[in-house]
Design a protein around this ligand. Structure first.
Ligand SMILES: [Mg+2]
Length: 217
C-alpha cells in the first residue's frame, strides 16, 4: 500500500509490437529473419500491410502500393497476410498486458497504453512491470516489443516512436526531433514533453533489458 500523503507520479506506458505482421510471419518461418519482407497481397492492386526494417531501408513502408514497394526493393519477399493469426496473437498480447494492470487502452492489434501508476515500489515498479510484459511477450510469443514509460500518453508514444527510429542513439534522435519541430500543436506538444521526457524510461526491443534514457549522461 502506498505511503499516506505521498503524491503519485503518473506512469503511462506505450507498448508497440515492432513490425507486427512481419514479426509474426518470422515466427511462422524463421528463415525470413534479416531479410527484406513485405506482408500484403501481391499484384497490381495489392498494398503493403507491414514492411520489415530491411525493406524500409530501400524506401518501402506500410500502406504503399505493392508495385511501388517492389520497384524500390525487387528482392523483397512478399508474404500474403494471415489476419486471423494476427488477431489471435494480438489477443494473447493484450492478455499479457491485462495481467500487468486492468488499466489498458488498446489502440490497435499491436499497440496499447497501460496506466502503471502506483505500482510499488513507486520508484521502479512501473519500469519493472513494463519489463515483465516485454519479457513475457518475448518468451511466450517470440515477438519484439518496444515500450516507453512517461508522465503522459503523448510523451510515452512519441518517446517510444523516437526510440524505435533511432536504435543507436535515442536521446540524440529526440533532440533532433525537438529541433525540427515548429510552432503550432506539434511544437507545443514537443515543448510540453521536455520535462517528462527527462524522466521517461525507455526500453529497446532489440537491446536486451533496455535501459533508462538519461539526457544528462
Ligand atoms: Mg507496431
Amino acid at each position: 500500500m502506498a505511503t499516506p500523503g505521498l503524491r503519485l507520479v503518473r506512469r503511462i506506458a506505450h507498448f508497440d509490437l515492432d513490425t507486427f505482421f512481419v514479426s509474426v510471419e518470422r515466427v511462422r518461418d524463421p528463415s525470413l529473419a534479416g531479410k527484406p519482407v513485405l506482408v500484403g497481397h501481391p499484384g497490381g492492386r495489392g498494398v503493403v500491410a507491414s514492411a520489415s526494417y530491411e525493406s524500409r531501408a530501400f524506401g518501402c513502408r506500410s500502406a504503399q502500393p505493392m508495385t511501388q514497394a517492389l520497384r524500390r526493393c525487387p528482392q523483397a519477399i512478399v508474404i500474403r497476410p494471415h489476419f486471423e493469426l494476427y488477431r489471435d496473437v494480438s489477443r494473447q498480447f493484450h492478455a499479457i498486458l491485462a495481467d500487468a494492470t486492468p488499466l489498458v487502452e488498446s489502440v490497435g492489434l499491436d499497440e496499447a497504453y497501460a496506466d502503471l501508476t502506483g505500482i510499488e515500489p513507486l520508484d521502479t515498479g512501473a519500469r519493472e512491470a513494463a519489463q515483465r510484459v516485454r519479457s513475457r511477450v518475448r518468451a511466450e510469443l517470440s515477438l519484439p516489443l518496444s515500450a516507453c514509460i512517461a508522465g503522459s500518453r503523448t510523451t510515452a508514444k512519441v518517446g517510444r516512436a523516437t526510440l524505435t527510429r533511432s536504435r543507436k542513439s535515442p536521446w540524440k534522435a529526440w533532440k533532433r526531433r525537438k529541433k525540427r519541430s515548429s510552432s503550432g500543436v506539434r511544437g507545443e506538444t514537443i515543448a510540453n514533453c521536455q520535462l517528462p521526457i527527462a524522466n521517461c524510461l525507455l526500453s529497446r526491443s532489440d537491446g536486451g533489458d533496455g535501459g533508462d534514457c538519461d539526457p544528462l549522461s
